[in-house]
Write a new protein. Structure first.
Lengths: 266, 266, 266
């Protein structure tokens, strides 16, 4: 898969990836982007949101600790991204946990500016209008066929849909991928989902013309770095140390050797 | 002490612990909760505060970087917690450092929705109306008998009062405990007090009927994890790595073997 | 250089260093200050900003994730600092990236309350009115003579100017220093610039009468701790662990032995 050259591209171009995100994992998202080789910028003031987006190569939105003000800034930034034709990734963090989260997702998605919707099984199922019970920001079991959920939502909204979990599902542009990289430990660290969305932002920044491919490559790279970090870690604390180190040192050879991306016929 | 089964209970039930907290240690609080085995959710928008609390099993409030908006959301969430009869822990972080902090504590406590008040010696003494000088968010020496301070305040406010320090004091429901677990290094890490309050939230979530007991067990577990982490650490940086690992691996046997909880006659 | 005794002074007096800073690196700034031996307090509510400053020994402002509200609180705190005659450090984080950032810097600086302006080459050049293109919050190459930029801006604004980079430049009170401590790895960690400003706050708190000297000593101490941390690290994750440990253990002997401060004739 020629997507491996994306890692080199990120490190050469060091694209600016603008985030409007939550206050819990904001540092971890910035450091993950920087460790990978791109350049993070976090700026949420409505007065500068559009201007910062206009000098960026991708925009990552995350509603983890949303407020009305923040949603307003997200809409401003997303509009600027659409005008500049740079990709916008929306992490629907905690969708299903409150009416405000659901309505904010609807506002953001119905703006037409979102290119990639990303969440775990229960979050994306909720966005798809399926009947799920969400437990805060952690994923809960759903009984749906996740490939179908991703494909149908992708068609309905004309955007790329990413469902993360033990197996990741990516659907968009008539394509469907699964990614099986990652490790069990990642589920015990706060913010691995948020950082995965940031990784998609980095890869989308250098491959804006193929967002399903960029998303699959991003989740695979993230998962491989996670596998390497987990092998050296005895818990969430040491994992966070190692993942930031591994993101810097992961190579295209690592990706060629270890990536578990499957393209499914649909 | 049968409270040891609480750890198993937390890991089995994975209770959702809602936080409205400060922007400095918000990640560390979330990760500490997740490492222990519970499920953290941080949500401060007034529009969703009540709804998120209503799906949670405990609420932890921390005024470390309070603003008027945040206090408003705390009151909304605390009311929802009272209606659902789930425990509310208030960390009076930095009480005494400004009139706004003191007045906000009074507003929160006089709402009648707070079940556990937690702070260091100078903070709780300040809440008790005693004459102390506070130095920001770090504890300063006080000359009071802390057992008396905790007991009297507990009786006056009809809630559990927790004073953390080298020796922790917990008073409530006519009970008085001291906890002597912990290590000197913990005082050099930003947010150990905030994380201790989060631990109380986790234990209170599974033992809402005995908040002094839950608080003592929480501080003991936190202290034991801290002792184990400190033994492997050479400073604040490595401590934070190890504490997140140790919180995941601490067992009921560790607690039985190492806990230093004393029940005092009053 | 007798500035080495500053480290002892910080650890003995444990000065309170008030920050109004960004949401990305707020924990790291607090922990860096605490690890060094001073006492951090982060408080941004306009109702308490002045009161917290009035019990502090230095004020550190950082516009990394500025909003109108935050700038307002900064002005309140800076005024209180001026009245109490404690030093105010302004990190012009991301200056040049948006009109709002530039205008906010002008508002803050023209208040007359700022004593130390600190940024990387592109940020400070932007403040100096020079023609630069900024890429978010990361420094971009500039072709100016940085010693001249620092000196001229320092004279124009009658304050100390600090330009950080591989070589740091400090100008003020008719003095000019360069500092060559630090390591390449520090450029790959989010927030090293912010933490450097916090270090200046700590040293300025105990040497308010010589801010260029305090700034040079701070950047040298920070750089030496960074060199020691880098030697033990394999990336940004492990660096952050080690820097917090090293800041606690760095001694005056380390500083005497390793500091690379040059006083230039001007």
């Amino acid at each position: 898969m020629q997507n491996n050259s994306l890692l080199n591209e990120i490190r050469t171009k060091q694209p600016l990836v603008h985030h409007i995100t939550n206050w819990v994992t904001i540092f971890n998202c910035a450091q993950a982007v920087k460790s990978l080789g791109a350049s993070p910028v976090m700026a949420h003031a409505p007065e500068e949101a559009a201007e910062i987006t206009s000098i960026s190569s991708a925009l990552v939105l995350n509603i983890g600790t949303l407020t009305e003000d923040i949603i307003g800034s997200m809409l401003i930034a997303a509009k600027a991204a659409a005008e500049k034709k740079i990709p916008v990734v929306l992490d629907v963090c905690g969708a299903g946990a409150s009416a405000m989260r659901n309505q904010s997702c609807i506002r953001l998605i119905s703006s037409g500016f979102i290119n990639v919707i990303k969440g775990n099984a229960s979050e994306v199922s909720c966005i798809a209008g399926l009947d799920v019970t969400t437990k805060g920001v952690d994923s809960t079991d759903v009984s749906f066929d996740l490939a179908d959920v991703a494909l149908n939502l992708s068609k309905k909204l004309s955007c790329t849909v990413v469902i993360t979990g033990k197996r990741d599902y990516i659907a968009g542009d008539g394509k469907l991928f699964t990614v099986d990289n990652g490790s069990e430990l990642m589920g015990r660290v706060v913010g691995t989902g948020c950082m995965a969305a940031s990784m998609i932002g980095c890869f989308a920044a250098v491959l804006p013309g193929d967002l399903p491919g960029a998303s699959a490559a991003a989740l695979s790279a993230w998962g491989i770095a996670g596998e390497k970090a987990s092998a050296k870690s005895s818990g969430a604390g040491s994992f966070l140390v190692h993942i930031f180190d591994e993101l810097s040192s992961i190579t295209e050879e690592d990706m060629t050797k270890s990536q578990k991306i499957t393209s499914l016929t649909i």
